[in-house]
Write a protein that binds this ligand. Structure first.
Ligand code: CP
Length: 313
């Protein structure tokens, strides 16, 4: 198995094609562990992983914890609300104090864009960005690539991806675009103009405000929720109007390619960005993405701190 040369995973932009494929191949090799009755291997025995989450999370925090535990690491969970940041301690001091307890990886989610990059300048142990503000969510983008490869059987060729929703506030979009550009996908982002940054084309994607036109023959459709918690002004006249134009319905889905994959990073707001019958229909890969999140996070921990190939056995 190949290794990777970097110490932190802060941005999907930093990953070369070979590195992306190495992470996906490693994740593939770890997937089988989660199908066993005894879901545990000794790969990271004696290693310590700290989950430091300053924002809510269901999928990311839990899958990092399960990933670490399935590889026998000691996993510690700290939430912002239970940490001494509530007493005024700053992010860097918090991380430096945790580092004094000798963890091998610090996994960080924070509301501020750039928080993980800042910590990487002050901390020696590996840092994985588990979502920083509207900036990036690289492990989500990697699990999305694993899901697409699993179902399309290849990442080669012009895979046509349409990403729909609150583009401006989505860290998932940014990380996905970086990986998809590196892999040569054709990406179109769709949403109301108020939710698409004006310089979006500079990221090498096409922009559309018309969902029905954009999803014509799409191979992958990624739906996003509206991130009300990150909006400081009202960008919509009403949710009902938004749904009228941008909800992925069964009728609209017929315009896409016949084996289109529908993905969504979660959490889903049923009936707003995606209809229930699409969410639970045959094209939906939403729960596959969650399953793949564990394998991707196992792979990253292994590649960052796991050491030699022998520890895989
Ligand atoms: N996709 C994702 O980041 O979900 P959570 O916020 O539940 O971790």
């Amino acid at each position: 198995m190949t290794t990777i040369q970097f110490k932190h995973l802060l941005s999907a932009k930093d990953l070369s094609r070979d590195e992306i494929l190495t992470i996906l191949d490693t994740a593939d090799s770890f997937k089988e562990i989660s199908t066993r009755t005894i879901k545990k291997v000794p790969t990271l025995r004696g290693r310590t992983v700290v989950n430091l989450f300053f924002e809510p999370s269901t999928r990311t925090r839990t899958s990092f914890e399960i990933a670490g535990k399935r590889m026998s690491a000691d996993v510690i969970n700290i939430s912002g609300s239970s940490s001494s940041t509530t007493k005024g301690e700053g992010l860097i001091d918090t991380a430096r104090n945790l580092e004094a307890m000798a963890p091998d990886i610090l996994i960080v989610r924070h509301a501020s864009a750039g928080a993980c990059n800042l910590l990487a300048e002050h901390i020696d142990c590996s840092i994985i960005n588990a979502g920083d503000g509207t900036h990036e969510h690289p492990t989500q983008a990697l699990l999305d690539m694993l899901t697409i490869r699993e179902h399309k059987k290849t990442l080669d060729g012009p895979i046509r991806v349409v990403i729909v929703g609150d583009i401006a506030h989505s860290r998932v979009v940014r990380s996905n675009i970086y990986l998809m550009n590196t892999l040569g996908f054709q990406v179109t982002v769709v949403g109301p103009s108020t939710m698409i940054p004006i310089d979006m084309e500079k990221l090498g994607v096409q922009v559309s405000n018309n969902l029905e036109e954009a999803i014509q023959d799409a191979d992958v459709i990624m739906m996003l929720r509206i991130q009300m918690e990150r909006q400081n002004k009202n960008l919509l006249s009403s949710l009902r109007e938004y749904s009228n134009y941008f909800c992925l319905t069964k009728e609209r889905l017929k315009r896409a390619s016949k084996d289109v994959l529908v993905i969504h990073p979660g959490p889903v707001n049923r009936g707003i960005e995606i209809a229930l019958d699409v969410m639970q229909g045959p094209h939906s890969m939403i729960l596959d993405q969650v399953t793949n999140g564990i394998a991707i996070r196992m792979a990253l921990m292994y590649l960052l701190i796991g050491g030699s190939n022998e520890s895989m056995d």
